[in-house]
Write a protein of this length. Sequence first.
Length: 89
Amino acid sequence: GDHAHIFAKHGGLLECHGTVGSRLSFQPATKDSQTHQKLLAKLATTNKSKERKIRMTATLSDPDKAKEAMERLEEEKKRLLLSQERRGA
């Protein structure tokens, strides 16, 4: 199966301290530590990327006119269905 390992960095070498069977969470000892600052910076950039972005699009037709045309078609369909139901009844 999959095993997670804990390593400690000593200079240019990595030393394995064992395997981990459950989930671990790490937190910096103080808010002034370099680790804490790095975590805050990473969180700030990930939250920024999730923000909603506005996109500019160019269209060849007027969206309002297209909507009106679709609404007119719907009305015509409804009228046609009503007249067909009246003829059949």
